[in-house]
Each structure stands twice: as structure tokens, then as C-alpha cells.
Ligand binder design. Structure first.
Ligand code: ZN
Ligand code: ZN
Length: 397
């Protein structure tokens, strides 16, 4: 019973070790030299048998051994090209990035095996080449995704200008490649009907959605850095709406992916049967989308008109214990609106208060008091009073 999963894990580990050792420079050189010698000997053999170029080329494409030797050289060249591109755009990879990349490649390959069984009629050398190209481009999307996520973790002022240039160029290159290849796949499907190419159409549409997500996230983080630089750099007040923008970005991406998957799913279901290879992805995307929509609805209903719904706490209500239990800071009642005698001095102060997090103490229906901002970020996750959230689902009442 357990033999199959164990065997799969062992195969996976061996493959990953082989890939890792293949990627190290020394072995890559050895492998390249051997591949080149093999391909050259195949060409030399064909040349010796057929004096003219055309017959030699025909012989090369007909004999399985020569095709294999040439394909192997092609694989080697792709590997080197990939390494060069990776060095240009990402520099050395961190071990966690390498591990995640191999994990993703592995998942993708195993799921693609299922797709190959659906499209076994389309399985020919051009199909394999297209698949290689897809995997190549996908790997760069994955690496870029890791880097954009990493960028958000870098403390102010964020990564240097070299990072931004490389990410910008990658957005352009990958975006154009995705769009060109998606239009190719769509044109092919429209012309020849639903075949193996539809697999690539689906993949490139998903890649475009992923890239759009990365561009939006990158813009959000860049805006956050710019915003901080205008407000005192390191000590700038945090941008309160950032999490909301990231949330909407993810929601949009999930929606686009779900749409693409459903279209693909229906296309395959009506022409070829159940598309086993994307069931996991469809399920994960649908679940994530539903969760996000539910969170959004809950959050919107909980934070609607917060300022009007929850009254400001007065100094008397605050009493002796002024600590907000969410942030453990003291709370101070909002200063009574000043007499408009000195509007010139009042204006900048009011502006500053609006700019940073809103720290006005707010009273919940149950009488508990928290900072406006603390309450809002709490309500993003839970729709209950922070003091009694275990016991009551709605504001202790
Ligand atoms: Zn607080
Ligand atoms: Zn309460």
C-alpha cells in the first residue's frame, strides 16, 4: 500500500539530486563536452555516409540515435542559456529558492504526465519542444515571484536600483513571451480544433495572470517605499491600506485564474474527458477565491462606517486603565475640536493626524475601548470584540 508513495518520494529525491549536481558548473562543463562530442560524432557519421548536405540531414532526422544525440545537445544548450539568464536577472539563487524551484518543477512535471495521457495523439517532437519552452518560461515566472515576495521583506529603503531594472526588464520580456505564445495557442485551437495546444493556451493564460499579479504587487511595494521616503524613511508611519491593496490584487488574480481554469476545464471535459492534470489547481484556486470573497464580505460589513458606528471614547470613559490590549500602548481621547482662532497652526497638525494610523480610542457596544487602527486591523481577521473573542461572536452583546 505504502510502497508507491515511498517509491515516488525516492524517485523525486534522486531526480532532484541529479538536477542539482547537473547544475553545478564543473559537471555542467563535462556534460556539455560529452553532449557536443556525441552530437558531432552523429553528424560526422551521417556526413561520411551521404556526401551531400540534404541526404545527410534527412539521415540525421530519421535515425533515432542521431535525433537523441542532437536533442541532448539542445537540452544542454537550454540548460546553459537558462543559467546565463538566471545569472543576469537573478544573480546567485538562495538555497530556499532553488528548493522551491525544484519542488514546483517536480509538481508541474508529474501533473503534466496526466495531461500527456489525455493528449497522447498530439504527443510529437514539436509538442515536446513547446513543453520545454513552457517549463523554461514558467521557471522564470516562479523565480520572479520569489524575488517580488522577497522585495517586500527587505527593510527600508528596499533593494537597490539594479534590482528594479532587472525586474522591469523581466516583466517586459516574460509578458511579451506570454502574450505571443497565448495568441499562438488560441489561433492554433481556433484553426485546428481542441488538441494538445489548448494545454499551452491554458498555461500561458495562467502565466499572464501570475505576471499581472507580480506587477501589481511590485507596484504596491514600490509605492510603499516611495511613500516612506517622503515621510521620514525608516521611521515613516506604516501605510495602513497596503494590506487591503494586496488583498484586492490577490482577489483579482484568483478570479482571472479561476476563469481560465474553468474555461479550459469545460473545453477538455466536452472534447476529451476529465482533465485530471489541473484538478488540484482548480480546487486550490477555487477554494482560495471563495475564502477571499468570504473574508472580504465579512470585513466590509464589520468595518463599514467604523468612525460613525463606534463612538469616540471620552477621557472619563478611558478612566485609569488606558492601555489598548491590541497594541499595548496608551490611549488618549481625541482633543476637542479647537476654536478656529488659529487655523494656520491647526491645519498641519490635522494633516499629520490623518496621515499616520488613526489612533482615536473607539468604544464598542460592549464598552471595551481600543484604538481605531488596532480595532480595524483586528476586524480584518476577526469580527468580534478582542477582549472576549473566545466567548462571543459579535461584540460581547
Ligand atoms: Zn492600540
Ligand atoms: Zn467587548
Amino acid at each position: 500500500m505504502d510502497a508507491l508513495p515511498l517509491l515516488l518520494i525516492r524517485i523525486r529525491r534522486t531526480t532532484l539530486t541529479a538536477l542539482t549536481s547537473l547544475a553545478s558548473a564543473n559537471r555542467l562543463a563535462t556534460y556539455g563536452l560529452l553532449s557536443l562530442l556525441l552530437a558531432l560524432s552523429a553528424v560526422a557519421h551521417a556526413w561520411r555516409q551521404y556526401a551531400n548536405f540534404y541526404s545527410a540531414a534527412v539521415f540525421l532526422s530519421r535515425s533515432a540515435g542521431s535525433v537523441l544525440a542532437l536533442a541532448n545537445l539542445g537540452f544542454f544548450c537550454t540548460l546553459v542559456f537558462g543559467r546565463v539568464m538566471q545569472t543576469i536577472f537573478f544573480g546567485p539563487l538562495r538555497p530556499s529558492e532553488v528548493e522551491r524551484l525544484y519542488d514546483r518543477i517536480w509538481y508541474f512535471l508529474t501533473e503534466s504526465l496526466l495531461a500527456f495521457t489525455i493528449f497522447r495523439d498530439s504527443f510529437d517532437p514539436p509538442f515536446v519542444l513547446s513543453f520545454g519552452l513552457l517549463l523554461f518560461l514558467k521557471s522564470f515566472h516562479w523565480l520572479l515571484q520569489d524575488r517580488v515576495e522577497w522585495m517586500d521583506q527587505v527593510p527600508y529603503p528596499g533593494p537597490g536600483w539594479g534590482f528594479h531594472v532587472r525586474v522591469g526588464v523581466l516583466f517586459g520580456l516574460l509578458g511579451s513571451a506570454d502574450v505571443v505564445l497565448l495568441s499562438w495557442a488560441v489561433a492554433e485551437v481556433l484553426e485546428e480544433g481542441v488538441g494538445g495546444v489548448v494545454l499551452f493556451g491554458n498555461e500561458y493564460a495562467i502565466l499572464i495572470a501570475t505576471l499581472l499579479n507580480l506587477i501589481l504587487r511590485y507596484s504596491i511595494v514600490t509605492y510603499d517605499i516611495r511613500r516612506a521616503s517622503r515621510r521620514g524613511g525608516e521611521n515613516a508611519p506604516p501605510w495602513q491600506d497596503k494590506s487591503m491593496w494586496i488583498f484586492y490584487t490577490e482577489l483579482l488574480t484568483d478570479f482571472l485564474k479561476l476563469l481560465t481554469y474553468l474555461l479550459f476545464f469545460l473545453l477538455i471535459l466536452t472534447t476529451h474527458g476529465l482533465p485530471l492534470n489541473i484538478i488540484r489547481e482548480v480546487y486550490l484556486t477555487a477554494r482560495s477565491f471563495v475564502t477571499r470573497v468570504r473574508d472580504l464580505i465579512r470585513y466590509r460589513s464589520a468595518t463599514r462606517d467604523m468612525d460613525a458606528r463606534f463612538p469616540d471614547a471620552t477621557d472619563a470613559q478611558l478612566g485609569g486603565d488606558r492601555v489598548c490590549i491590541i497594541c499595548r500602548d496608551e490611549m488618549h481621547a481625541r482633543a476637542a475640536p479647537a476654536i478656529p482662532a488659529q487655523p494656520a497652526q491647526q491645519a498641519p497638525a490635522a494633516h499629520q493626524a490623518q496621515d499616520g494610523p488613526n489612533m482615536t480610542p473607539k468604544t464598542l457596544p460592549c464598552g471595551h475601548i481600543f484604538h481605531f487602527q488596532c480595532l480595524r486591523s483586528w476586524l480584518e481577521r476577526q469580527q468580534s470584540c478582542p477582549t472576549w473573542y473566545v466567548l462571543f461572536s459579535v461584540f460581547c452583546t
